[in-house]
Design a protein around this ligand. Structure first.
Ligand code: AHR
Length: 507
């Protein structure tokens, strides 16, 4: 059995966790929209054509914000195609995914769906084939109350109230060779700066995210990010990073260490943002928006086989394993550990496309394995992330270098009741971890529950026929003596240990 120790210290300041760390993403891609959130003929469809069973599962996850409408899709999207009477909307070829876009769902419909889901919208503008003018027109259409061309048009199309979208993405992955309208760092930075300037002239309270690097492995990283920060720093609030963890060559140990590479990426961009602020003497801190993150590797080959130009083809339909859920859990731990700089994070995506929620056409919807770590973090991870010192043995991963068997972070919540949630992953495939956690200055009065997600087969999945194969269970045995929590963490497991805590800390 592996011995590992965690130490908390109430004397150290916690970092407030932005609620938007628990964001999601819906792109016009595959069956995310058509056959995912929207399926008018489905038995549970509401008057707007939205599947109520899907909405229920989304609400269960409580995403605070949902990015829309892309993704690669946005880079050749004409948002005006998705407004006005449905029967007049054009069908377009979507160059990003080789699909047919029927435009049955556009910005007003999505705003209505997001309201039903209880989430804000993070709206992306097209800086691939389009630019500043279209971005400002879209902002006016969405957010201006009334009395101007685009706002009156919105009202005439049934949305009397402005949507009030506060957070806007200045394009998507503009550094990627796969992107329609890819740009050099310099060309993108100039366009993003001018678009940001104009959007702030429209409404200075908008929060704007410029594209940072789509992956730390790209040859343009970190020059791209430095250029964007230097050029746009004055006008933007966030720099956006994307990261998809991949399992390659069937190497599970390297895959389990992917969150360490994710963390390294975050650390580098944190430093670039700090350095840029120091150079300019600007007080405003540019935050990080991890507005696409997840595990994605199962479906690459399948996607290449899909016939082009159909509506809602089955693309990127990953069937997530227990092992994938552990990586997602560990990435959530990383995001919480960097709560001081990460303001937004969107699990990409929400439904059918690399998603925690899957649907059968006309049939049921179910929770994938990755649903659970996100659910637990969203429910119990809102509060203050605590400095969590980990002492654990580990191993040397091929690319990530040394990683601990144990990854963990604690979050303190004060309402409705004072509690600490300790999120922990045991990365060891065969050994238990005997965990002791010193709750220095947080006199824990008892364990509320110890939730575990694990399975004897690391490759076990949930599917339509057996949606309950990998589900969390509550285990006993975790206990607090004096100021020390002790618990056993099963091999290859995601754990949430909730502690009722009387905090000794003063604000
Ligand atoms: O989320 C799937 C795709 O991944 C997005 O469209 C793109 O931005 C990224 O490459």
């Amino acid at each position: 059995m592996i011995q590992a120790r965690v130490t908390l210290d109430a004397a150290l300041a916690g970092q407030p966790v932005d609620d938007r760390l628990f964001g999601g993403f819906i792109e016009h891609l595959g069956r995310a929209v058509y056959g995912g959130i929207y399926e008018p003929g489905h038995p549970t469809a509401d008057a707007d054509g939205f599947r109520a069973d899907v909405l229920d599962l989304v609400r269960e996850l409580k995403p605070s914000i949902v990015r829309y409408p892309g993704g690669n899709f946005v880079s050749s999207y004409r948002w005006e195609d998705g407004i006005g009477p449905i029967e007049n909307r054009p069908k377009r070829l979507d160059l990003a995914w080789g699909s047919l876009e029927p435009n049955l769902v556009g910005v007003n419909e999505f705003a209505r769906w997001a309201r039903k889901a209880g989430a804000d919208v993070m709206m992306a503008v097209n800086l691939g084939t389009r630019g500043l003018e279209d971005a400002v027109d879209l902002a006016e259409y969405c957010n201006h109350p009334a009395g101007s061309h685009w706002s009156d048009l919105r009202r005439s199309y049934g949305a009397a109230e402005p949507h009030g979208f506060k957070v806007w993405c200045l394009g998507n992955e503009m550094d990627g060779s796969w992107q329609v309208g890819q740009k050099s760092a310099e060309a993108y930075a100039r366009l993003a700066r001018e678009t940001a300037k104009a959007l702030k002239q429209f409404d200075s309270s908008l929060e704007l995210a410029a594209c940072g690097s789509s992956h730390p492995g790209l040859p343009t990283f970190p020059h791209w990010d430095e250029t964007v920060l230097a050029e746009c720093g004055r006008y933007i609030d966030l720099i956006s990073l994307h990261y998809y963890a991949r399992k390659q060559n069937n190497d599970a140990a390297s895959f389990m260490a992917e969150p360490a590479r994710f963390e390294r990426f975050i650390q580098i961009v944190e430093r670039l943002a700090d350095a840029e602020a120091a150079k300019t003497g600007r007080k405003k801190k540019i935050g990080l928006s991890l507005d696409e993150w997840n595990v994605w590797y199962h479906t690459d080959a399948a996607d290449r086989r899909d016939p082009p130009w159909t509506v809602g083809p089955a693309l990127l339909e990953e069937r997530y394993t227990l092992e994938d859920a552990l990586v997602v859990g560990s990435m959530l731990i990383v995001l919480l550990r960097h709560a001081a700089s990460v303001r937004i994070a969107c699990l990409a995506q929400l439904v059918n496309v690399i998603a925690p929620i899957m649907t059968a056409p006309g049939g049921t919807a179910w929770r994938q394995t990755t649903f659970y770590p996100f659910l637990h973090a969203s429910l119990y991870g809102r509060g203050e992330a605590l400095e969590t010192v980990i002492e654990s043995t580990g191993y040397e991963a091929r690319e990530a270098g040394p990683v601990n068997w144990l990854d963990a972070v604690a979050v303190e919540r004060r309402a409705p009741e004072s509690e600490i949630a300790l999120f922990a992953v045991n990365r060891h495939p065969a050994e238990q971890i005997e965990l002791t956690a010193r709750l220095g200055g947080f006199p824990g009065s008892g364990v509320i529950e110890h939730i575990v997600l694990s399975h004897s087969d690391p490759l076990a999945v949930n599917d339509r026929d057996k949606p309950g194969r990998v589900v969390p269970v509550k285990v006993t045995g975790a206990k607090i003596e004096k100021d020390t929590l002790s618990a056993i963490l099963a091999p290859y497991s995601w754990n949430v240990i909730r502690i009722r805590a009387k905090t000794a800390r003063k604000r």
